[in-house]
Design a protein around this ligand. Structure first.
Ligand code: FE2
Ligand code: FE2
Length: 214
């Protein structure tokens, strides 16, 4: 069962999300890491979803959620780039060694970039506790962890996410959309994320003519 939202959920197109600039220095600190595995597309879109999830869950510490989603996949930049495709998207990809490696590297990057920006050790530990295991640990350990996990999945329901992920996995857009319905939607932990995913996927399937191009 999913966690109910505390306040009304914004399901309008994520492309119209309001922008906050308080984390601009942190974005600028990870430009190099953003060039790996399309992080420069995935991270901003998932970040926008995370901000909306925080609005639906004001009980969560939004700064922890926003910083954790911003940094969670930066570690891909320190993994052998060829193995991202050969191991990260094929076979038993959820258990591939590169997945564990990108989580560990992501924690290292958080410990490097956050102290110069004034974040203290206790805060950084809360962020790395979420980054560590975000793909490989089965269970969520806090509301902040749950919102990061849902934001990490939600970007895939947008036309941009469908375009990139279907290419990564070698699927047609229509086959990838059927996987979103069958596999990714049931993994969402909050009702707010389910509402956002449903609205985004409805719009994306219409736009991309998924029914006609199946
Ligand atoms: Fe990841
Ligand atoms: Fe991710």
């Amino acid at each position: 069962m999913t966690l109910p939202a505390v306040t009304p959920v914004d399901t309008t197109p994520i492309s119209a999300a309001a922008a906050h600039d308080d984390l601009d220095p942190l974005w600028r600190a990870i430009v190099a890491e953003s060039r790996s595995r399309q992080n420069d597309i995935h991270l901003p879109i998932s970040f926008a979803f995370a901000e909306r999830l925080c609005q639906a869950h004001p009980e969560a510490d939004s700064l922890v959620v926003r910083v954790a989603i911003l940094l969670h996949d930066t570690g891909w930049a320190r993994v052998d780039q060829d193995r991202i495709i050969s191991e990260g998207f094929a076979g038993d990809w959820r258990r591939a060694d590169v997945r564990y490696e990108h989580e560990r590297h992501g924690c290292d990057i958080a410990r490097e970039v956050l102290p110069p920006l004034g974040y203290d050790d206790a805060f950084i530990t809360r962020v790395t506790d979420i980054i560590d295991g975000h793909d490989t640990r089965q269970e969520s350990r806090s509301i902040e962890d749950s919102l990061v996990r849902d934001a990490d999945r939600l970007w895939r329901f947008t036309p941009t996410g469908i375009a990139l992920a279907s290419q990564w996995f070698g699927f047609t857009p229509s086959h990838y959309c059927s996987r979103l319905h069958a596999e990714i939607m049931p993994e969402l932990l909050t009702d707010a994320a389910v509402q956002m995913a449903t609205a985004e996927l409805d719009r994306a399937e219409l736009l991309l003519k998924i029914e006609q191009l199946s």
